[in-house]
Design a protein. Sequence first.
Length: 299
Amino acid sequence: MVNMTWFNSTSQYKDNSTIKSLGITSTLTVNAANTAPEIFNITVIGSPSPTESTFTDVDVNFTVSDIDGVGTIDNATVNASIRRPANSNYYRYNTTCIGLGTINSTAARYQCKVKMWYFDTSSIWDVNASAQDTSGSIATIKNVTIDYQSLTAFVLSPNSITWPQVLLGETNTTANNDPMRLNNTGNKNITQNNVNITGYDLPGLTDATVKLGVGNFTVRNVTGGSPLTECLIESGTRMANNTKVNLSYGQILTGNNSNNLGNESLYFCLTLVPSGAGLTQQVYSTNQSGILGWIISIF
């Protein structure tokens, strides 16, 4: 902004006796042209990979330059975002970036930590940086991409399935603490035919030579009906001793577990307590030293 002042004394008027000069003082304000800031040298630190069940900080560093001086950069407007090209409305961002110090009188360096979540898609993402000056002129840049890596991971809860007390010959007894919830804690979809269960016969806690065969148990990802769906031979998956059995219907797609997404449920049924198998009255469990527990695996 430039202020210009001049004095003009050329105007005159005449009264009855004297010619007098009329002095006029004028002020003219001229707005100098504002130059928008520019962004240079945008870099991403490291190779971003998901962190199971939580977020990963992606450090986006860049330089903001303004020929009108670093004092004209509005620090509160400096931000960075990471967007999926396939869906521009799907993005992660940080609007509270920090200054890393000035480079010279017209340029400063900034860092934005952008949180990428464990369920964010493994793909190429665009990196954007933006800043404004105190006049509201905007500088943006989008010339960097990141390859967000793939992570295969899941957790289950509870990690032990239990049954109430049963009698010889009893049928279709369901677990008393299912469903077992499988949460996808990575960003790779676990699709159908990629969930397996390996079961083992249950030895007695008192007499381990007596075992309840795992083939008397079935599992399913839905429940309901009478008898319950997980107990029906035609719908429930029968387990087999020391054998990996595919749960063809099982899938654990990605999603935010906190919003009840990215999960699968499993329901278990003891279809028969065989009366002619020499079972004795005791607790049967794999939860003892040297005994293999049931295993749920994905691939």
